[in-house]
Design a protein around this ligand. Structure first.
Ligand SMILES: [Zn+2]
Ligand SMILES: [Zn+2]
Length: 183
């Protein structure tokens, strides 16, 4: 859309194209022309750096969700029935016992016949830096490296020891799409 080619000072073409909308440079004319267009409906899209306009974005997400539901439905059909020794997942919610599902249902929800089984997962290390970064972003702190926390070094060492001590523990669970448990 309104793409234009860049020229050298001496008037020679560069073969490099620029989007007339957002001025991002592309190596091909068609890419520059499609730059600020929705890839689905080809209309001018409002938000830069997005592939789809708002309407097409919603349709896309809806399709993705439907696709995922269908994938899960097929997986559920094929899943092997097990006794659920590690618990189950109802949607994203982990339940130690499939019988606890009652507490998760909304009025009018049908009790499903099966839930996906949970499978144990190894402990995932806790990362002090990630935690501090989250703090930074959420609470408007300066870069924590510059904040004069007391005892940061000791905490870092404690994290390392903690992660090593818990390395082989199995205390988390994830969905096992190949197994199901009768509710
Ligand atoms: Zn653009
Ligand atoms: Zn669109």
């Amino acid at each position: 859309m309104k793409a234009f080619e860049l020229y050298r000072k001496d008037g020679k073409k560069t073969g490099v194209w620029c989007c007339g909308e957002c001025s991002i440079v592309w190596l091909k004319k068609d890419l520059a022309e499609g730059c600020c267009q929705c890839i689905e409906c080809k209309t001018e899209q409002r938000s830069p750096h997005k592939l789809r306009c708002e309407a097409c974005g919603e349709v896309f997400i809806e399709k993705q969700n439907t696709g995922q539901k269908e994938t899960e439905r097929l997986a559920m059909e094929k899943a092997e029935v097990v006794d659920g020794e590690f618990g189950v997942f109802y949607g994203d919610t982990y339940l130690k016992d499939a019988e606890d599902i009652g507490g998760e249902l909304y009025p009018g929800d049908a009790v499903p016949e099966f839930c996906f089984a949970a499978k144990p997962m190894r402990f995932r290390n806790w990362h002090l830096d990630n935690m501090l970064e989250t703090e930074d972003e959420s609470y408007g702190m300066d870069d924590y490296g510059e904040v004069q926390f007391e005892g940061l070094e000791g905490l870092r060492e404690a994290f390392t020891v903690f992660n090593m001590d818990n390395e082989d523990r199995i205390i988390c669970y994830t969905i096992d799409y190949s197994k199901k448990v009768k509710v």
